[in-house]
Design a protein around this ligand. Structure first.
Ligand code: 6PG
Length: 467
């Protein structure tokens, strides 16, 4: 029987998605660059084997899929994708769609979509979130590309997606690179959330003297309240996990150097290009970079004076509130980048829809996302999430906790770059009269760059005293 879809790439994510599709009743053709993986995959598929067909030969793989074809690539982003497009395109026919389901730079997705225009072939950049388990049992998917491709993909994507109260967590968000861009920003928000959780953990560990299990208990409690989310849940479970080699908490045997594959950094780069500054996300990316300088930090620990002033440890409620406020502010920055990009690339992104498809399946799923979606569905003052009445009320309640936590961190010498950044951004946005008049004065003083006046239109220069 001809396959409904082809999956190229049988790594962790590709094989999980192929099995998910087969599980939902679709016929799936699979292949892989290293052809010897195919047999192993087919054997492991168990009961699902009749729904799958393995093909070592690329032309055979293509011919096994019913036209117009939908072919999902789950391979490393960048050059490998370009090479595969070149190899497979001559084998395809009008109306066929190539989907890149990896974490790709949306600029590359736009370039490839443009190159495919007029060839009869279609290109879709699709963000897939939720890790291996998500891919196997229900990911959140952010789809770009043409309407034609979406019509082909939709029934399959909706069947395999995570469901939030029955609604599939997938949608066509816009043309060309929209899907990959939204996934990139999702990851930026993911970085910020993870970093803020790590900062609260650090405060409890270093200043509160709590062990991993005790911190895990607090997080577990939080996971049942306003902070309910996948990331708090897994952090609680991770803190309570024990290393079978040493009997110590797992987190206590892990080197404090964080890895990163680049999506968090892409979020920042694009934010800056759009004239935005997502400082909470930036702090999280930066903190991963600093963490990699382990040797320097070990030396500096002895050489620099971090001695601090005494202050009371913030309460557990303060820390919960700090995390809540930080989470709202981190997401608000992410959505701000999305709306700038939507204007810039004319994508007409629907923020409420994006929040909705993040409610289940993805790494940043949390109780708050349903509230964000509701806020976007209602009238949003100045288009800004932090000005939504519900968010203003939550921030008003949570902000004192964030202030006390950041203040304690400052006094105790406990770094909290992301939480402090979130607070600084909040306070900047909440200050009608800021301090950029001083910047403008300096610019005009040394470079005659001019400034606008409060009392007159037009561009002006100052009457400056000599130095
Ligand atoms: C997801 C994740 C995933 C990402 C990893 C690792 O949504 O499922 O964002 O796509 O690749 O979490 O990312 P880093 O290596 O950059 O931390």
């Amino acid at each position: 029987m001809a396959a409904d879809i082809g999956v190229y790439g049988l790594g962790t994510m590709g094989s999980a998605l192929a099995l998910n599709l087969a599980d939902k009743g679709f016929q799936v053709a699979v292949t892989n660059r290293e052809a010897d993986w195919i047999d192993g995959f087919m054997q492991d598929a168990g009961d699902l084997t009749p729904k799958l067909s393995g093909h070592a030969d690329l032309a055979e793989f293509v011919n096994a899929i019913k036209a117009p074809r939908t072919i999902l690539f789950m391979i490393p982003s960048g050059k490998p994708m370009d090479m595969m497009i070149e190899a497979i395109s001559p084998l395809l026919s009008d109306g066929d769609t190539i989907i890149d389901g990896g974490n790709a730079d949306f600029n590359e997705t736009r370039r490839r979509s443009a190159a495919m225009k007029g060839t009869g072939l279609h290109y879709v950049g699709m963000g897939v979130s939720g890790g291996a388990d998500g891919a196997r049992f229900g990911p959140s998917m952010m789809v770009g590309g043409t309407q034609h491709s979406w019509a082909q993909l939709k029934p399959m994507a909706e069947a395999i997606a995570a469901k939030f109260e029955g609604a599939p967590c997938v949608d066509h968000l816009g043309p060309d690179g929209a899907g990959h861009f939204v996934k990139t920003v999702h990851n930026g928000i993911e970085y910020a959330d993870m970093q803020m959780i790590a900062e609260i953990y650090g405060l409890m560990r270093d200043q509160g003297g709590q062990d991993a299990g005790a911190i895990g208990d607090v997080f577990e409690g939080w996971s049942k309240g306003v902070l309910g989310s996948y990331l708090i849940e897994i952090s609680a479970a991770a803190l309570k996990s024990v290393d079978d080699k040493t009997g110590k908490p797992m987190v206590d045997v892990i080197l404090d150097k964080a890895g990163q594959k680049g999506t968090g950094r892409w979020t920042l780069v694009e934010a800056l290009k759009l004239g935005q500054s997502a400082n909470t996300i930036e702090a999280a990316v930066g903190a991963r970079g600093w963490s990699s300088e382990k040797d320097t930090r070990m030396a500096a620990d002895q050489l620099l004076d971090r001695s601090a002033q005494t202050t009371d440890m913030p309460s557990v409620d303060d820390m919960e509130n700090a995390m809540l406020a930080g989470r709202i502010l981190g997401h608000a920055q992410g959505f701000r980048i999305l709306s700038s990009a939507s204007d810039e690339f004319e994508w007409s992104l629907d923020m409420a829809r994006i929040a909705e498809i993040w409610r289940a399946g993805c790494i940043i799923r949390s109780a708050l996302l349903d509230d964000f979606a509701a806020a976007f569905r209602a009238e949003l003052p100045h288009g800004h999430l932090i000005l939504a009445p519900d968010m203003r009320a939550r921030l008003a309640t949570a902000l004192p906790g964030l202030r006390r936590v950041v203040a304690a961190g400052v006094l105790l010498g406990q770094p909290m770059p992301a939480l402090a950044a979130a607070l600084a951004w909040h306070d900047t946005m909440a200050l009608g009269r800021g301090t950029a008049n001083m910047i403008q004065a300096q610019r005009d003083f040394f470079g005659a760059h001019g400034f606008e006046r409060l009392d007159e239109d037009g561009k002006h220069h100052g009457t400056w005293n000599d130095v």
